[in-house]
Design a protein around this ligand. Structure first.
Ligand code: IPE
Ligand code: IPE
Ligand code: MG
Length: 256
């Protein structure tokens, strides 16, 4: 049986609720074909489409895709501006399909650094899909995990200054509720393609107990089978959250 058909037969409770993906390796994929880096970014869009549609079909609650990091501004100007253009084109082209499939789109990150016209396009895409009850698709653009924690802390500091919250009462939940992913479950499974084994400032707070899956495949080659293999791997992990393995297995027996 393929991993996909077996996953479809699984109790949905076993599936990761939130999957985050560091879509890496577009440049190397293009280089291996003697092409410019942009060719790889364009090919990466097809992998995005496949991944979104598989996540939606499997009934995954939240998919967060790292599209552009706060540090990617350091890249050559031409690559940055072509990436922005690609973002605009893809958003315009795909939004109706996302809406038709009941997908709710959020762009997370500091979008104030984008052109006004891109910010407007993002706002109208988010507004169009705001009431959709299917997959929540977060596109992380100009996103950094440290930025996310910092902006949450700034909101909290303002509230403390106004006397709405006292420092002594602060809990982790106060930070969680002010992140770009507020009200969404923490990341269960984080996938990174291209063989790099690092998090590159992605979802730092939200991935405290994420299972980390690294694959050698470059992002444009990541397809439905690659994705379902990652989910199948996740399902076989024993997540402990600080407990011992014996405690976790005892809890699972009690639940059954
Ligand atoms: C990921 O692929 C896409 C973005 C960061 C926008 P890369 O562009 O990082 O590809 P490599 O890592 O250079 O191969
Ligand atoms: C991380 O990839 C960012 C995205 C996938 C958008 P990078 O290619 O920018 O990460 P580093 O620089 O290799 O850590
Ligand atoms: Mg890279």
């Amino acid at each position: 049986m393929s991993s996909q058909s077996s996953i479809l037969e699984m109790d949905p409770i076993l599936l990761p609720r939130h999957i985050a993906v560091i879509m890496d390796g577009n440049g190397r994929w293009a280089k291996a074909r003697g092409k410019a880096r942009m060719f790889g970014h364009k090919a990466g869009v097809d992998a995005v489409r496949k991944t979104v549609s598989t996540a939606n079909r499997l009934g995954i609650q939240v998919l967060t895709l790292f599209a552009f990091s706060s540090d990617n501004w350091k890249r050559p100007k031409e690559e940055v501006s072509l990436l922005m253009e690609l973002f605009v084109t893809v958003l315009g082209r795909e939004i109706k399909r996302l809406h038709k499939n009941c997908i709710k789109l959020n762009v997370i990150g500091d979008i104030s650094k984008f052109s006004q016209s891109l910010q407007d396009k993002i706002s109208s895409a988010e507004a169009l899909t705001a009431n959709n009850a299917g997959l929540v698709l977060n596109i992380a653009a100009n996103y950094g995990g440290q930025w996310d924690i910092l902006q949450a802390v700034k909101i909290l500091a303002d509230q403390i200054k106004r006397g709405e919250i006292s420092v002594g009462e602060l809990t982790e939940a106060d930070i969680t509720a002010r992140l770009a992913t507020a009200h969404l479950p923490d990341v269960d499974l984080m996938i990174r393609t291209s063989g790099e084994c690092r998090i590159s400032n992605f979802m730092l707070w939200q991935s405290a107990y994420a299972e980390l899956y690294f694959t050698e495949q470059f992002w444009p080659d990541f397809d439905e089978i690659s994705f379902t293999n990652a989910i199948a791997w996740y399902i076989n992990r024993e997540r402990r959250f600080g407990y011992t393995g014996e405690q976790i297995r005892a809890m699972l027996i009690i639940e059954k």
